[in-house]
Design a protein around this ligand. Structure first.
Ligand code: PEP
Length: 243
């Protein structure tokens, strides 16, 4: 199966830099065996949609609202994102969980709202360092899976992606050992399948770069990567994609 490589630009770039990176990616990433999903901030989605049209670069949003329309100041409708040409949406990234206080109930609602709008959710889960050191990683992941995916229905195995992102590895330069990621991914796939009845893709995120990407991609249960910092440079990201 094709590996899925996701670029999460977060709020790292200004508007002009985002426009430049969008164009650079179109030029640099011509041929690849992977499925590529680029997630700029909301402001750059429409220009990315125009530039990426007809290429194999897919567009993702970094979040979406809990419903398609209504009085929700400051929120962005998943239906509007779909209209724009967005196909994926990251939901429950740890920065939103911790800095912005998103809880499992909200994340579950957003997943359902995204699916209703025919967007493919990329659900982020992961344990923090204290939980890992206390041997609680699997318990934490299981809770996140059960709560985020409660009553979530997808038609096919491609209808949702889970990103396993150990919190201690995000933006720290310290990634998990690829073989350990493989074991955890196998666990996540099995547990998510118990909840949804479908074995979905599980990608790894946390300090991935052009040097370590290949070791992760070689693992059987690592279906791809979610890349933060290293996706902000077109050359570095194209090296990861062409691994
Ligand atoms: C992320 O924030 O989802 C992420 C994986 O970041 P980084 O690659 O920079 O660790």
């Amino acid at each position: 199966m094709k590996k899925t490589i996701i670029a999460n630009w977060k709020m790292q770039l200004g508007f002009r830099d985002s426009q430049m990176l969008i164009k650079e990616l179109k030029q640099k990433i011509k041929k690849t065996n992977s499925e590529i999903i680029v997630c700029p901030d909301y402001l750059s989605l429409s220009s990315a949609a125009l530039v990426f049209k007809g290429t194999h670069l897919n567009l993702g949003a970094q979040d979406c609202a809990i419903k398609a329309s209504g009085a929700l100041t400051g929120e962005v409708s998943p239906a509007s994102l779909r209209e724009l040409g967005v196909t994926y949406v990251i939901i429950g990234h740890w920065e939103r969980r911790t800095v912005l206080g998103e809880d499992s109930e909200l994340i579950n609602t957003k997943i359902k709202s995204a699916l209703t709008a025919k967007l493919i959710p990329i659900l982020c889960i992961g344990e923090n360092l204290a939980e890992r050191e206390a041997g609680l990683a699997k318990k934490v992941l299981l809770n996140q899976i059960k709560n985020a995916l409660k009553d979530v229905k997808i038609k096919t195995t491609t209808g949702l992606i889970i990103a396993y992102e150990p919190i201690w590895a995000i933006g720290t330069g310290e990634s998990i050992i690829p073989f350990e990621a493989d074991t955890i991914h196998s666990f996540i796939k099995a547990e998510a399948a118990k909840v949804m009845g479908k074995k979905v893709r599980v990608v790894y995120g946390g300090s991935v770069n052009s040097v370590n990407a290949n070791e992760f991609l070689k693992q059987k249960n690592v279906d791809g990567l979610l890349v933060g910092g290293a996706s902000l440079n077109a050359k570095e990201f194209s090296l990861i994609v062409n691994n």
